[in-house]
Design a protein around this ligand. Sequence first.
Ligand SMILES: *Cc1c(COP(=O)(O)O)cnc(C)c1O
Length: 357
Amino acid sequence: MEIPITKSSTIGLKPRPKSESELGFGKYFTDHMFLLDYEKGKGWINPRIVPYGPLTLDPSAMVLHYGQEIFEGLKAYRWTDGTIALFRPDKNIERMNRSADRLCMAPTDPEMFLEGMKTLILLDRDWIPSSPGTSLYIRPTMIATEAALGVKPSSRYLFFIILGPVGPYYPEGFSPTRIYVTKSYVRAAKGGVGETKTGGNYAASLYAASKAQELGYTQVLWLDAAEHKYVEEVGTSNIFFQIDDELMTPPLAGTILPGVTRDSVLMLAREWGIKVNEKPITIDEVIKAAEDGRLKEMFATGTAAVISPVGEIGYQERVIPVADGKTGPLAQRLYDEITGIQYGQKKDPYGWVVKIG
Ligand SMILES: *Cc1c(COP(=O)(O)O)cnc(C)c1O
């Protein structure tokens, strides 16, 4: 694939933080972006890299009316020897194509996806921060661009990739979160689109999250839509519990996002000989275990934070502490192992790391 590059005329002029400690998340974007068009009958055409900037869309573009939009999130890491590496990018490409299928969008060409992503990252590589815990966040996105009203799958799509440097999630070490169990709102129902990374899922989650924040909580813990009984996810992360000596997480039964971090945690825990179970878990079981002192650890998993320990659960009128509000040894070990592999400081026996430069 030839990727014509139009270099930005503002290289070196875009706002950057004074220090990498001020990066935060999702605030800065690099100089360029990768674009690729899809037209029914022609397939994916016109790959190109252009200066990062506004997109031109017809006001009738179908994404703006019917929400055909999907995205992904992964990171590029700068190692101390200068190597640039990705973590399991094949999983994100596969997942994006499952999302595309569910929303009747065009599947991406995995090779074009990876090639476009690599070329863009290497072009903007001096944006990749180097202090511990920092990385380059990668946001592949696809939107329906056919200019027409009427509910049907679009015949045209735009696939684009943007990049931005991000800071460490926990600059001062873990800070366990407070999460609020909602019985009033749901994230996803069986048969719906809960297992796809599509914008509408996040728009639909904002109200419950803002209610939880008003009560002083960081995130919402979602229960199943049918019975409000089974635990599903926390915010936009998967959730794990260690009760007695068993590590458990809800199964992928259609309403839960199949996280790459979730999969990596399950693989490592099994490798370490920990008893692991993917099974339905009721909120009552979790609360009882917490009260009986059997809930040893509870943590969320996702690309942004990797592992995010939970220190407190708000449930109905009660506040239930988890493991004295401290980070447990398993959460710490998983965090150290996964980040160690991502930054090339630990062996990668699973072939998770893809070096690109
Ligand atoms: C992205 C996401 C996750 C985490 O997936 P990772 O691949 O581990 O980053 C979990 N839940 C939801 C709802 C998500 O959108």
